[in-house]
Design a protein around this ligand. Sequence first.
Ligand code: PEP
Length: 253
Amino acid sequence: MREPFVAGNWKMNTDGPSSMDLAERIALESVGIANQSVTVAVCPPFVYLQAVVKVLKSSSIAVGAQNSYFEPKGAFTGEISISMLKDIGCTYCLCGHSERRHVIGETDGLINQKVIAAINGGLLPILCVGELLAEREASKTEEVVTRHVKKGLAGLSAEKVSAVTIAYEPVWAIGTGLTATPQQAQEVHDFIRKLLGQMYDEKLAEEIRIQYGGSVKPDNAEELMSKKDVDGLLVGGASLKADDFIAIIRAAI
Ligand code: PEP
């Protein structure tokens, strides 16, 4: 059985007071789900990570970073290492979010280095994969997802890959209000699981969690989660409202 995993990606949206307010509200509301079998994490902007870790310390909610760098230390101005993130209490790290691929220009090779560094440094990576609208319309979804998964996990043993969560995030559904239908999500999740089975083994493929992300809201979360291979949700916009985020977590349980 794969425990549902809901993560909130705050992106570059909160300031100090709103980060604290959001974290406090989520901590308060999360009391009601404390004994449930669900993994929950929030990914605030770097500068508020430490403060959010402090607020969520006695809750069951974990904290993740939205990005990291793969080198352990040195002359890499502006970058943040895995050990720094571990040091302040992070558990997860997003790798290859579509905004980092398509806005910042991260390559599959760089994302792979980040996934490897995260695992070796004791953080749990969430590897984001997914096609652009033009790629879906050209029937290239499977080709793109295969490339993102294979290149993102290159060089890793099955044992190491067991630390990874995959997030399938069709780029055309992120922040657009368009959501993949539950059937579309299930088809790609099933494809990714079979791919992992071919790359590693059936056991790993059955155990690894695959989140769906792309305009998840309280009113579509339950239907998405009803699909066999949808094990969790990566939530952007709706994770900025505590009530919506908690409603999504409840829908995922
Ligand atoms: C995301 O940022 O990963 C995301 C899925 O955003 P949204 O939920 O706003 O589409």
